[in-house]
Design a protein around this ligand. Sequence first.
Ligand code: KIV
Length: 274
Amino acid sequence: MSAVVQTRRVTVPQIRAHKGAEPIVCLTCYHAHTARLLDTHVDLMLVGDSLGMVMHGLETTVGVTLDMMITHGKAVMRGSSHALVTIDMPFGSYEESPQAAFRNAARVMQETGCTAVKMEGGTRMAETIRYLTQRGIPVMGHIGLTPQSVNVMGGFKTTGRTVAEWPAILADAKAVSDAGAFAVVLEGMAEPLAAHITQEIAIPTIGIGASSACDGQVLVMEDMLGLNPNPPKFVRQYAQLGPAIEAAVEAYAKDVRERRFPGVENVYPMKKAQ
Ligand code: KIV
């Protein structure tokens, strides 16, 4: 009998098949416990480089390294067995050349066991997306607001709010799709443009701060759980875990200080002398 445990994860063709059909459910995930909780409820888990801000307290994603992505990617893979796991290529790991991107993406896949990688950029990344997909690496695109370019943009700004911006963003979407990406994230994009792109391209669009007409949605899990005191305006919060954690810690601190901390006598009773 084989010692290898077979898992049946959602596949890239299954994600592609969501185009124009049932919306893709996607959340970010950075560690094993939450991966286990999300696993059967989502189609796709994204180990996003937003982990730099959420897990490591960085101000932007620019400081995130390949090693950080691999460490969190391994944890998410260990905690899950159903959802397709995609890992973000961090700033500096893929822009230089298709060859460098291939080397680093292959390392991410080999060391974590994930199915796919995501990279930011439209037309400028098309050659790289084609190079990787032709060599066995499924790529998810990411256009509109691309946080790794924060220093060029001078902040995080919603895109496509003037019609003059539309042709370039639509060209980005088409370039990513034509290059072979299996899906594309539309982030921080005016609603009608995101809806229009969804109509125009052959691959599923996954929106964040974009349009409910997209073929799927992604949120940063900590934002929707109420763990971020300043979430983006478009985020709907489905729980208030931040205040719940604070209340629990306050109650624990009170118990400890008042020596009401439960003893372990019932759990590990003294053994009788032999
Ligand atoms: O890094 C991330 O979490 C992302 C999503 C916001 C799409 O790229």
